[in-house]
Write a protein that binds this ligand. Structure first.
Ligand SMILES: Nc1ncnc2c1ncn2[C@@H]1O[C@H](COP(=O)(O)OP(=O)(O)OP(=O)(O)O)[C@@H](O)[C@H]1O
Ligand SMILES: [Mg+2]
Length: 328
């Protein structure tokens, strides 16, 4: 490559800093002596769906509220569009939409009246009917919130987060408590918003939601970001092409049971661990590992039960990184 073409390449590659709409560095939040966030740094890029994935109490809501400028951190800094979320709070509020973990709706206002009320808080707001269409609630415009289903209520809450036509939308566990069909409907709405150029930051404790919906994910555990990447990048951390789950029964010949240490030595295995009732084996050569595992069990007179092979998931990544399952 000549010097000139090299220079041209450099010139056309945008600086990574320009892509970030949210930038947080070294965030710390303490409640008394308890540290809820411990040195959290992350970057959300423009136009992506960014997921904050973590178990109950991981600090997801605390982190979101700090990024929204609603809660002060004890240390560190957070910016939206290059603006400090506390010092430039007003300007930040105009750019963001917020759906809290629980939204209280007025029983005496219909869906349309609710959206119209929220719209009246802003000098520049979208048309209530257009917003209801956006979240697929146009047919429920004249219904009172208590008559809406859980999924419809969540979509109404999303419409409220969109009234000021924000470029950046924060959603705190938007699909918790929804049935699978309502979750899918909600996902479709979120994907449509991304298509229209919005950036979305959402928290979830659903692995499948993070994996299918999010462009990038920060995994939060006990107040720390333990990994941040695309779903594929995170799964790549396992260095395995398949996960084998099984239960190895007791040896009929009185020999020691087959444990993770022994399994790690089998061909193809990159990692093995004992789960609550199952053995979890990560492998890059699934056939060879399976054959060797069955041979080992047979030699011991032990049975292999509940055998299940699947593509590695974020659940596996979480377990590898934290040593515990997400829903423990
Ligand atoms: N105002 C507060 N005072 C004291 N402790 C708090 C306060 N708010 C949160 N915490 C604690 O901080 C930790 C993180 O809470 P947070 O609500 O951020 O978790 P989360 O990841 O959103 O959990 P969930 O999935 O249950 O919503 C929890 O242990 C919680 O008890
Ligand atoms: Mg929460």
């Amino acid at each position: 490559m000549t010097r000139a073409t090299q220079a041209a390449r450099v010139a056309t590659t945008p600086a990574p800093a320009d892509e970030a709409i949210v930038r947080a560095r070294g965030l710390v939040k303490r409640y008394g002596r308890f540290t809820a966030l411990d040195d959290v740094s992350l970057e959300v890029r423009r136009g992506e769906i960014f997921g904050i994935l973590g178990p109950n109490g991981a600090g997801k809501t605390t982190l979101l509220e700090i990024l929204e400028g609603l809660r002060a951190a004890d240390a560190g800094e957070a910016q939206v569009d290059g603006l400090d979320v506390r010092r430039k709070r007003r300007a930040v509020q105009q750019r963001i939409g917020v759906q809290l973990q629980a939204t209280t709706l007025f029983e005496e206002l219909t869906a349309r009246e609710t959206v119209a009320l929220f719209a009246s808080f802003y000098p520049r707001a979208l048309d209530p009917d257009a917003l209801l269409r956006e979240v697929a609630l146009e047919e429920k415009a004249d219904i009172y919130p208590q008559l809406l289903s859980g999924g419809q209520r969540q979509r109404l809450a999303l419409a409220l987060a969109l009234v000021n036509d924000p470029t950046l939308v924060f959603l705190d566990e938007p699909t918790t408590g929804l049935d699978p069909q309502s979750r899918r409907l909600f996902w479709e709405t979120i994907l449509r918003l991304r298509e229209r150029g919005k950036t979305l930051v959402l928290t979830t404790h659903f692995m499948d939601e993070a994996q299918t919906l999010c462009d990038r994910i920060a995994i939060l555990d006990a107040g720390r970001v333990i990994a941040q990447d695309t779903p594929a990048g995170l799964i790549g951390l396992l260095g395995a092409s398949a996960t084998i789950e099984c239960a190895v029964g007791a040896s009929a010949t009185g020999q020691p049971p087959v444990g993770p240490e022994e399994v790690r030595a089998l061909p193809g295995v990159t990692e093995a661990r004992a789960g609550t009732e199952r053995l979890l084996i990560y492998t890059e050569q699934v056939e060879r590992t399976l054959v060797a595992l069955l041979q080992l069990a047979t030699a011991r007179g032990a049975t292999v039960e509940h055998l299940h092979v699947h593509a590695p998931t974020l659940e596996d990544v979480f377990l590898k990184l934290t040593g515990h399952a997400l829903r423990e």
